[in-house]
Design a protein around this ligand. Structure first.
Ligand code: SF4
Ligand code: SF4
Length: 338
């Protein structure tokens, strides 16, 4: 569809949100509790906190839950009965106030989950999720979306993108049919859009390295992977907060007569990730695992899936307990933005 622009006055925003909630969809939005900002299921507009730079965790769990049941089984000596999950029970969901990096992450996840087969669990959740994005007013030293082909006002992945403009009103860019369906529910709240330069209302974040330089310099052997990962604890936090990390493990929970099969988030940062039954581990040392993380996101995924596995949100660096900063490492590898 052809995108269209509208104006949403600031006094209409609470009605906009609460109409969507009352319409029966689950609505996740950023909330602030003490100093921690996270997306949570909300019921009232007053719970929402929009003046944030970044949440600790991403919106990934809405389309790719940390633990997801794939089926249940019941067995006796002669029969095994498999009970499938009814995907029709997955609720219609709205993510409100996600920044452009988070919105763009669904494209990366989609590339993974449709690579060699269509993952119906992910695809059903994604199809039932509408993203109402929010352009960034501010950034911090960890943000680098402009270095990975995005920007603080990017519409990529948003069904509607809101940008706060003059007088704290919002420019609404309605980008997709899902966005249009939401717009039609609350059409009376919108007015014709003014002529504005959206870029004047989003934060200015310089590009800090060049992706082509980075890809050209990535090398399995030569780089200082050891030095970059020396203090890494292999805790996996970086992957769990990352909107684009998509590795998972499959486990059975139960016994011989009944139980369920689940998939759960996993990460290449953990030594057990590649541990063979024989005891051999091809990525025994952390520098090999750190190399895998960087090469996967910036070499293997673009080569195989035609997407970069990083949206520059900076979460991994903010959350790392020993202050390993992916941006510093990417600048070091690429030589910076010369
Ligand atoms: S690797 Fe780090 S900066 Fe890149 S998307 Fe993941 S959490 Fe964000
Ligand atoms: S969060 Fe930091 S310490 Fe933990 S695995 Fe990632 S890089 Fe290593």
């Amino acid at each position: 569809m052809t995108p269209q622009n509208k104006l949403l006055k600031k006094e209409c925003l609470p009605t906009f949100v609460e109409t969507l909630v009352k319409g029966g969809k689950l609505l996740y939005a950023p909330t602030k509790e003490n100093e921690r900002i996270e997306f949570k299921l909300i019921e009232n507009f007053s719970e929402i906190y929009l003046d944030y730079i970044q949440t600790t965790k991403s919106i990934k769990s809405i389309v790719f839950p940390p633990i997801e049941k794939l089926f249940e089984y019941v067995a006796d000596k002669e029969h095994v009965e498999i009970k499938d999950v009814n995907l029709n029970t997955i609720p219609e969901t709205i993510v409100f106030g996600a920044h452009p990096c988070d919105a763009a992450s669904f494209k990366v996840l989609n590339a993974v989950f449709t690579w060699d087969c269509n993952d119906e669990f992910f695809l059903t959740r994604k199809d039932k999720t509408t993203v109402i994005g929010l352009s960034c007013k501010n950034h911090d030293d960890y943000c680098f979306c402009t270095s990975v082909d995005l920007n603080p006002g990017s519409t990529e992945g948003s069904d509607i993108l809101l940008t706060r403009i003059e007088n704290d009103n919002y420019l609404a860019e309605i980008m997709t049919e899902k966005g249009e369906a939401v717009y039609k529910l609350v059409k009376n709240l919108f007015e014709p859009a003014p002529q504005v330069d959206k870029n004047a209302f989003v934060t200015q974040l310089p590009k800090l390295f060049d992706l082509n330089d980075l890809r050209g310099k990535l090398s399995f052997e030569g780089l200082s992977w050891m030095q970059q990962s020396l203090r890494c604890l292999s805790c996996g936090t970086c992957a769990y907060v990352c909107p684009t990390c998509s590795c998972f493990d499959i486990q059975d929970i139960g016994n011989q007569t009944k139980g369920k099969r689940v998939r759960i988030w996993d990460t290449c940062a953990l030594p057990q990730f590649t541990l063979h039954t024989s005891g051999h581990n091809p990525r025994h040392f952390q520098n090999e695992r750190w190399r895998q993380r960087i090469m996967h996101k910036f070499s293997y995924e673009p080569e195989r899936l035609h997407v970069y596995g990083c949206v520059g949100c900076g979460r991994c660096s903010r959350a790392c307990p020993v202050n390993i900063n992916i941006l510093e490492n990417l600048i070091e590898i690429s030589g910076g933005n010369k």
